[in-house]
Design a protein around this ligand. Structure first.
Ligand code: NDP
Length: 401
């Protein structure tokens, strides 16, 4: 397995930074940190434009630095924090500097490819990285892993399925594994027809049946693109071949992975669907924290069900699997096109079924040119991301017209 187990030092406070502090994962992380303030020293907290919530969090957790990516939010953030001793900065370069501030543990919870540069900066300091931002691995998986290896950083997966695999494979030799299945709730449209989905409004798609998450990942869960992104993430995190990975629909979201061994044993990890469970695992690793996350009552739940995903109704999953198998720059293009299409859907500019269509068309168009290798540097990744976004934007404008 690709993860690099390093035992944390004991005694001193754990210096923590949270990138994407104002988001769903960021807030859950700070909820856990706030329950045991004596154990942590908060270094840097970041947001995009939500300066008021960032200021509240920075004050509450006595952060050293608060950074907004959006330069227009700088003056307001500075106004709210003036006289507190908390440093304030804004802009993309400041975000990268915040991520590079010496820390023992960094939560990477910015949404989208915007998280790549800051997360790589955090990785380069060689600390423990709690990785929620799956788009980092989708956009630049090989580069990301090389940077982890070179810096000696420890990658702790936070996505619930990957945290589950991490736990279920402890002590398991890589050659013992036949297949790894990750589970999918199926999202709000699990039982909807294509005709119904064609008319689905963002408000419908944002009603996730089990998880409470930010808007981008919630739409990805509705299209099942999220599972595709997670297969790519699992491929990179666990060095597992695409044909040994699978998705199983499990509407109760209790079992998060099934690691199938060559002797017929299956290792599953279960927990209630609360992101504080995997975040707490990453925060306490390799120990277990005593946290008030919900306890699992299987008797009360009664039934756990499992099903095949329907690739005809949810083509995004098949598109992502094909990109994973194709390799090269395909996953970078896939991610960029998906981010553009999801934003357009949330803005009401395209329909729900246009999301996978725009992604597929962008991949087709990008592949008409010379085939490009996977990005070898951050600059390569950002350049590929920008050109794929331009294609996706052009295609969706034509679709919306
Ligand atoms: P949210 O949308 O709730 O939060 C995103 C965070 O990133 C916010 O702090 C936001 O700031 C910040 N942000 C957004 N855009 C930028 C930008 N361009 N530059 C810098 N910061 C930015 O997302 P989630 O917490 O739901 O998800 C975060 C990541 O974790 C995603 O990659 C997601 O796939 C992954 N993940 C999430 C899970 C969940 O349960 N939510 C589960 C598993 C993985 P602001 O508030 O100012 O906009």
């Amino acid at each position: 397995m690709a993860l690099n187990p390093v035992k944390p030092e004991t005694g001193a406070k754990l210096r923590v930074s949270v990138l994407g502090a104002t988001g769903s994962v960021g807030e859950s992380t700070l909820d856990l940190i706030g329950r045991d303030p004596g154990r942590y020293e908060v270094i840097a907290l970041t947001a995009n434009g939500n300066y008021s919530r960032l200021a509240e969090l920075a004050l509450h957790h006595h952060a050293q630095l608060a950074v907004v990516a959006d330069p227009e939010a700088y003056n307001r953030l500075r106004g709210l924090l003036s006289g507190t001793g908390i440093k304030v900065a804004a802009g993309e370069a400041a975000l990268v500097e915040a991520a590079a501030m010496p820390a023992d543990w960094v939560m990477a919870a910015i949404v989208g490819a915007a998280g790549l540069a800051p997360t790589l900066a955090a990785v380069k300091q060689g600390c423990r990285i709690a990785l929620a931002n799956k788009e980092c691995l989708v956009t630049a998986g090989a580069l990301f892993k090389r940077t982890v290896a070179a810096s000696g950083a420890t990658l702790l997966p936070v996505d619930s399925e990957h945290c589950a695999i991490f736990q279920a494979t402890v002590g398991l030799p890589a050659d013992a594994i036949e297949r790894i299945a990750i589970t999918a709730s199926g999202g709000p449209f699990r039982t909807w027809s294509r005709e119904q989905m064609a008319k689905a409004k963002p408000a419908d798609a944002l009603k996730h049946p089990t998880w409470n998450m930010g808007p981008k990942i919630t739409i990805d869960s509705a299209t099942l693109m999220n599972k595709g992104l997670e297969l790519i993430e699992a491929h990179h995190l666990f060095d597992i071949a695409p044909d040994k990975l699978a998705v199983i629909v499990h509407p109760q979201s209790i079992v998060h992975c099934l690691v199938e061994c060559r002797d017929g044993s299956v290792m599953a990890q279960m927990s209630a669907h609360d992101m504080r469970v995997p975040i707490a695992y990453a925060l306490g690793w390799p120990d277990r924290l005593d946290v008030p996350t919900p306890r699992l009552d299987l008797v009360k739940i009664g039934q756990l069900t499992f099903d095949e995903p329907d690739l005809a109704r949810f083509p995004a999953l098949g598109i992502a699997i094909a990109a994973l198998k194709r390799g090269g720059s395909a996953c970078t293009v896939l991610n960029a096109a998906n981010e553009v299409a999801v934003a357009a859907y949330l803005d009401g500019n395209i329909g729900f079924l246009d999301i996978p269509a725009v992604v597929a068309d962008t991949l087709d168009r990008a592949e008409r040119g010379p085939s490009l290798p996977a990005p070898a540097s951050l600059e390569d990744a950002l350049q590929l991301d920008v050109s794929a976004r331009a294609i996706a934007f052009e295609l969706l404008t034509a679709r919306a017209a």
